[in-house]
Design a protein around this ligand. Structure first.
Ligand SMILES: Cc1cc2nc3c(=O)[nH]c(=O)nc-3n(C[C@H](O)[C@H](O)[C@H](O)COP(=O)(O)O)c2cc1C
Ligand code: SF4
Length: 438
C-alpha cells in the first residue's frame, strides 16, 4: 500500500464530509456545535431571490449525474403564480457503484435537512419531500429522526425561527426501483403511480409534483447549499475548476487498497485519487474504470491523468456522472463486467419504450452467448447496431446509459471479445445460461 504524498493529501477538501467522523454526527446537538443551522439563520434574513442569485454565482452544478446548474434550475420556478411550489430531493441513489448520498444521509442527515429548508425558502415552497430508496432503511431512519429533531427545535414547521416562513418536510421511502431515480418517474412514484418517466415538455419547473412548479435536486446538491450560504460564492469557486466549481465526493470501489469516499476539488485525477486510496490492491494493475457509475463509458489506464470534472471527462469521451469510480484490474474481464451491468439495466428497464425494453433483452442474450464460448464475429456488429438503436432513441436516460459500457468496452477491449469468440479465453458461463438465447 502506498502512502499519499503531502501535496496529494492537500487535494482533499472535506466540506460535505467534514462532520462524518465526528462522534454522533447525526444528532442535532453535534450538528449545531459544528456550524449546524447557522446558514439557515443567515438565509432567512436574506431575500429568496438573493439566495437564488448566490447559488447561481457559486456555479454549483447538480450532483445527481447531469451537472445542470442549480441556481438556473431554481430560477425557472415561476413566482407569483398562485400555485404551490415543491422541493423534491432525489435520494434514490441506485446507479451501480454510486455511494455518496447514503453515507451523507447516514452520517450527517442534518446537512441535508438544513439544505432543504434553505432551498425551499429560496423557491418559495411550503412543502418538501425527500424521496429515499426503499432498501436504505438505516439512512431513512437517521433522516426521519433528524427531521423530528429539526421540528422539535423550531427549524421546521410553522414560523421557522420566528421568520414567518412555514415548511413541512416529508421523508418518503420508495420501493427500490432504479427508474424511480429518474426525476419524472420519481414524481409519478411520489404521487402514488407506477414509476415511469413522463414526456417532457412540460418540465417539472412548471408541471412537476401534482402538476405544480417543482425543483428536483440530488442529495449532494442540496447538502452543498448551507456551506455556500456560510462561505460565499467566491469561497466555493476557489475549489474546483472554472466551469465545475466546488468539492465533489468521489466514491472509489473495486480493486483499490482503501475503497471509500474521497472529497476533493473537482478536477482531481484518478492517479491522485488512487494515491489517496493507498494505490491498487497488491498484485493488481489498473485496466479499466468507470468515472461516474455504470452508465458512463469506461475509461482505461491511459486516462489516469484526465481531470475529473464535467468538461475533462467529457473531453475524454465519457461522463462525470455520479463520480462513482469503480476500479477494475488486469484480473477482471471487461466483457463479463459489461454483461453484469447489462443484466442490471435489462432488469431495471421500466418497459415503457421499445428500444430499451427489447434492446437490453437481446443484448443480454448476445453476451451470454459470447461468454459461453458460442459467440460469432457478427455478434459484435449486432451489439453495436443494437446500441445505435437504443442511444438517443430511448424515452429516458436509462436506455442511453445501458449502451455506455457496451460501446466503450468494444472500443478499448475488442480483443477480449475476440478471445472468447475465437476460443482463446475459457467460457465464463455454462451453456445452461443459453436457454432461449438464440
Ligand atoms: C435512470 C436514471 C436514474 C437516475 N437516478 C438518480 C438518482 O438515484 N439520484 C439522483 O439524484 N439523480 C438520478 N438521476 C438524475 C435525475 O433524473 C435528475 O437529473 C437529478 O435528480 C437532478 O438533480 P441535480 O440537478 O441536483 O443533479 C437519474 C436519471 C436517470 C435517467
Ligand atoms: S429508456 Fe428504458 S427505463 Fe426509460 S422509459 Fe424507456 S424502457 Fe423505461
Amino acid at each position: 500500500m502506498t502512502t499519499p504524498r503531502p501535496e496529494t493529501l492537500a487535494k482533499l477538501t472535506p466540506v460535505l464530509t467534514k462532520r462524518w467522523l465526528s462522534p454522533d454526527a447525526w444528532q442535532i446537538g453535534t450538528y449545531e456545535q459544528l456550524d449546524g443551522y447557522a446558514a439557515l439563520r443567515k438565509a432567512l434574513k436574506a431575500h429568496p431571490d438573493d439566495l437564488i442569485q448566490l447559488i447561481k454565482d457559486s456555479g454549483l452544478r447538480g450532483r445527481g449525474g447531469a451537472g445542470f446548474p442549480t441556481g438556473l434550475k431554481w430560477g425557472f420556478i415561476p413566482q407569483g403564480d398562485g400555485k404551490p411550489h415543491y422541493l423534491v430531493v432525489n435520494a434514490d441513489e441506485g446507479e451501480p457503484g454510486t455511494c455518496k448520498d447514503l453515507p451523507l444521509m447516514t452520517h450527517d442527515p442534518h446537512a441535508l435537512v438544513e439544505g432543504v429548508i434553505i432551498a425551499s425558502y429560496a423557491i418559495r415552497a411550503a412543502r418538501a419531500y425527500i424521496y429515499i430508496r426503499g432498501e436504505a432503511v438505516h439512512a431513512a431512519r437517521r433522516l426521519r429522526s433528524a427531521v423530528q429533531e429539526a421540528y422539535d427545535k423550531g427549524y421546521l414547521g410553522r414560523n421557522i425561527l420566528r421568520s414567518g416562513y412555514d415548511l413541512e418536510l416529508v421523508v418518503h421511502s420508495g420501493a427500490g426501483a432504479y427508474i424511480c431515480g429518474e426525476e419524472t418517474a420519481l414524481l409519478d412514484s411520489l404521487e402514488g403511480f407506477r414509476g415511469q418517466p413522463r414526456l417532457r415538455p412540460p418540465f417539472p419547473a412548471t408541471h412537476g409534483l401534482y402538476a405544480s412548479p417543482t425543483v428536483v435536486n440530488n442529495v449532494g446538491t442540496i447538502a452543498s447549499v448551507p456551506p455556500i450560504v456560510l462561505g460565499g460564492a467566491d469561497w466555493w469557486k476557489s475549489m474546483g475548476t472554472e466551469k465545475s466549481s466546488g468539492p465533489m465526493i468521489y466514491s472509489l470501489s473495486g480493486r483499490v487498497a482503501n475503497p471509500g469516499q474521497y472529497e476533493c476539488s473537482m478536477g482531481v485525477t484518478l492517479r491522485e485519487l488512487l494515491e489517496l486510496a493507498g494505490g491498487m490492491q497488491p498484485g493488481h494493475n489498473l485496466r479499466f474504470w468507470t468515472p461516474g457509475g455504470s452508465s458512463t463509458p469506461l475509461l482505461a489506464a491511459e486516462h489516469l491523468d484526465v481531470p475529473l470534472d464535467f468538461e475533462g471527462v467529457a473531453a475524454a469521451g465519457s461522463i462525470l456522472g455520479t463520480t462513482a469510480t469503480q476500479i477494475f484490474s488486469d484480473q477482471d474481464c471487461p466483457v463479463y463486467a459489461t454483461y453484469r451491468w447489462l443484466e442490471f439495466y435489462h432488469h431495471e428497464s421500466c418497459g415503457k419504450c421499445t428500444p430499451c425494453r427489447e434492446g437490453n433483452y437481446w443484448m443480454v442474450r448476445v453476451y451470454r452467448r459470447i461468454l459461453a464460448g458460442q459467440g460469432t464475429h457478427e455478434d459484435l456488429d449486432t451489439l453495436l447496431d443494437t446500441c445505435d438503436n437504443i442511444l438517443g432513441r430511448s424515452f429516458c436516460g436509462l436506455g442511453d446509459g445501458a449502451t455506455s459500457s457496451v460501446t466503450s468496452s468494444l472500443k478499448y477491449f475488442k480483443q477480449d471479445y475476440l478471445d472468447y469468440i475465437e476460443g482463446r479465453t475459457a467460457p465464463k458461463l455454462s451453456e445452461k445460461t443459453l436457454v432461449g438465447a438464440h
